[in-house]
Design a protein around this ligand. Structure first.
Ligand code: CP
Length: 319
């Protein structure tokens, strides 16, 4: 695989290879030496046209832990403000010898445009495009579920996952649906009718407007932020009305099964889709998702750039 543009492009074998590679690499975090020479001499460019905390920093950490050189490009402060196009930005990166371009863009399809344009020869990784997809978020979410809920034989096959909130504007939801279906999990989208996309009935998942009915049957519940920035203000629900119907609070958390985990891709709006006590509870794996994100992004960069598989990862013993 040359690019990672959509979670739907991954076969089950490819997705599981990313997860098993991430498991190998995650163990590095517990070792005194956290760095591997696997991508020494390669250059990874982080090209972020939209704000990010977790994704941008974790791609940077991932590339550095594999000894790659990292160039961080943020739209703010760049020549984009002078009218430079995506094409000319891409040609500039190509001239600097990028081996991988990690791109976040407000326009759905921008990473596909970059990958298919011939402007760059490098691998392209989609770090979130508009309301379309966020494949590495889905991979780190699946990895987190697998660590908590999976068995070595069947992974997360048959596990029930509820994705709750603003599905309409969520690239995280789209990528999770695609990947979780590939891995055999059962997905229910829980959302107000106005925040479910048209055509969701073709996605191959259950839908519900009733969070209280769904929660006791799930193995993982993933809360989504209501994306006010992508919404007409007239349609933005009040915190009170939204949290009453679709927020996860302590009362609702008490209806979950003992093993059920609480997830959120971040950034969270505490008090809206999730209360602070739930976000900080023992069930919450939200901080662990961030840690797992570094390992998963290391795995993605490693597999795209080295052409190797998990069995080739150099260990601390042979550094
Ligand atoms: N989950 C996620 O994409 O977070 P950031 O916007 O902070 O990267």
């Amino acid at each position: 695989m040359k690019h990672l543009l959509s979670a739907g492009d991954l076969s089950r074998d490819e997705a599981e290879l990313v997860l098993t590679t991430a498991a190998e690499l995650r163990s590095l975090a517990d070792r005194p030496i956290k760095k591997l020479p696997a991508l020494r001499g390669r250059t990874v460019v982080n090209l972020f046209f939209e704000d990010s905390t977790r994704t941008r920093i974790s791609f940077e950490a991932a590339a550095k832990r594999l000894s790659a050189d990292v160039i961080n490009f943020a739209a703010k402060g760049s020549s984009l403000s002078k009218g430079e196009s995506l094409k000319d930005t891409a040609l500039t990166l190509e001239a600097m010898g990028a081996d991988a371009v990690v791109i976040r863009h407000g326009a759905s399809g921008a990473p596909h445009r970059l990958a298919n344009s011939g402007w760059v020869r490098s691998s392209v990784v989609n770090a979130g495009d508009g309301t379309h997809e966020h494949p590495t978020q889905a991979l780190l979410d699946a990895f987190t579920m697998w660590r908590h809920l999976g068995s070595s034989e069947s992974g997360i096959e048959g596990r029930r996952v509820a994705i709750v909130g603003d599905v309409l504007h969520s690239r995280v939801a789209r990528s999770n649906v695609l990947l979780l279906k590939t891995l055999g999990a059962e997905v229910t989208l829980v959302s107000p009718p106005t925040l479910l996309p048209v055509g969701v009935d073709t996605w191959g998942v259950e839908t519900s407007y009733d969070l209280d009915a769904v929660l006791p049957k799930t193995d993982a519940v993933m809360m989504l932020r209501v994306q006010a920035e992508r919404m007409n203000a007239a349609f933005f629900p009040t915190t009170r009305e939204y949290s009453r119907r679709y927020g996860l609070d302590a009362r609702r958390m008490a209806t979950l099964q003992d093993h059920t985990i609480v997830m959120h891709p971040g950034p969270m709006v505490r008090g809206m889709e999730i209360t602070a006590d739930v976000a900080d509870s023992q069930r919450s794996v939200i901080v662990e998702q961030v840690t797992n994100g570094v390992a998963v992004r290391m795995a993605v960069l490693y597999l795209l750039l080295s052409g190797a598989d998990a069995s080739d990862i150099p260990s601390e013993d042979n550094l």
